[in-house]
Design a protein around this ligand. Sequence first.
Ligand SMILES: [Zn+2]
Length: 191
Amino acid sequence: MKKNETIEMMKYIRTNYEFFEITEEKINVWYESLKEYKFNDVLNNLKKVIGSGQWKSAPPLDVITHGLKEQSSYLDWQKGVVKCPRCGKAFNIENESYECKALDKHRSRCNSIDYVIRETKKHFGKELTRAELWNMDEEEFNYRYDKLVEYIKKNTKDETLINFLDYEKNPPIQEIAKAEIERVFGNAQSI
Ligand SMILES: [Zn+2]
């Protein structure tokens, strides 16, 4: 998205969270984080997040961009190939729907693997490799991931982090979010 779209996004947040401050510095930080995403993707996500009612103060950027594809992952779209922005693995999506299921599944695991590597090093000083985490079957990986998240939640007092980890585990059901948005804003399309 463009810089003026980032500002528009931040103004939209402020209409929902009156204590959300917009400064020149913050605009630059947000723009750096958001420029790789499509404006409409982020706006739709933001509406869902706000509609979920889970955030008493403005949601962090991680939450706002949760699950979205960066523009770079659309690069070879016309050739029917989309790449994972984290590891570069290519997926042929010619015969798949727009919501590429194989890629989505891969990306979710790829993101979780990065997270597990980072947090394991931080909390236990242990270096894991991507390869060994990819080699685990899904059940084992999920089990270990959940254990790590539980550990982090027990050992932090950071409410925003706890909120975020809960949100990751139980994202709001779309229908509930949509109903909530309509209740609060009326027809969301007109915003
Ligand atoms: Zn990947």
